[in-house]
Design a protein around this ligand. Sequence first.
Ligand code: SAH
Ligand code: SF4
Length: 361
Amino acid sequence: MTAAVAQPPVIRSLLDLTFEELQQEFVAFGISPLHVRALWRSLHRKLAGDLTAETDLVPPLQRWLKINLGPANRFSSLLPTQITDIASEDGFTHKFLLRLADGQTIETVVMSYQGRHTACLSTQVGCAMGCVFCATGQMGFVRHLQPGEIVAQVRHAQLALRAKGKAGLRNLVLMGMGEPLHNYDAVMTALEIISDHRGHNIGPSKISISTVGVVPGILRLAEEQRPYNLAVSLHGATEEERSALVPISHRWSLAELMDACHAYFAKTRRRIFFEWTLIAGVNDSPAQSNRLAKLLSGLDAHINLIPLNPTGGYGGAATQMEAAQAFKKVLQVAGFPSTIRQRRGIDVAAGCGQLRAEKHR
Ligand code: SAH
Ligand code: SF4
């Protein structure tokens, strides 16, 4: 028997709605699409905190907002509140711990490089996938995020950048807490809102979804021709080595996952990014790199090599730079481009879920 996941009754927020859904909502009140557009701008461009104070909205819209927004009403006006904003020593990484309306906490990270800002978003509170080296996996699954709770992280990051006179976000990665394809519908709605040119306007090609390998989700992305970048977390190139790190591969085997990647590539012709957390003595030998290259043959692949961020619940250590370079070299000889990710912000516990885990202790 599978236990039903208890979702707390979350009151919807206007941030949950796509532009079309927002228009639908107002049709009955005789509010024209033009005026809905002004509301959308307030929500997703101006990033207004209190919509009832937006005096440039037409009076019927203002009346609607006064009646329908509020804790006991149709839509919640609560936004996540910031518990902490911790900057890395080099100042390039900011990690925000945010409290949601029901008291749960999530992390959002903003990374800055040469004046370009990327936000790393959470998609769930906790995660059900249980990867052994991951702080989020170690805390277990709590609940899915609503679309508006994902959009609100972008809003929070944009406001933080704006307060410092910096440019807005250019890129988004869904690599914070949670498994995006386990919360498929909410994630797709959120990305539609965030990429809308009338609001945040972060184009689909600037957005990357990272998955541990939820096979039905990958197939659905291809089927629906979703225009986002796909990153697949592998960490092992044999069934045995992968399932020791990624327990969910007992459910969707490496063979099934690779079939799904080939199907995705056949359908979309899009390059797939693969992530590989480098753990000393576990998955960082040249022989393992060679097996990875064989596994990826026939795909347009780019591999991101991420030296392990140590977490409390796992004893492994990060691969040293020399071994990481050797691993990369084998991939290069086999014709695969790869990048060794700089461990920016390690001093702010930038591994996913680590800040929340620390606060809970
Ligand atoms: N659930 C998705 C996205 C969130 S995790 C996924 O697993 O892909 C984003 C990336 O961070 C994944 O590649 C994951 O393996 C990696 N990661 C998680 N914890 C890590 C750690 N402690 N050190 C290095 N990488 C880690
Ligand atoms: Fe979940 Fe990704 Fe962490 Fe695995 S690595 S436990 S899928 S968040």
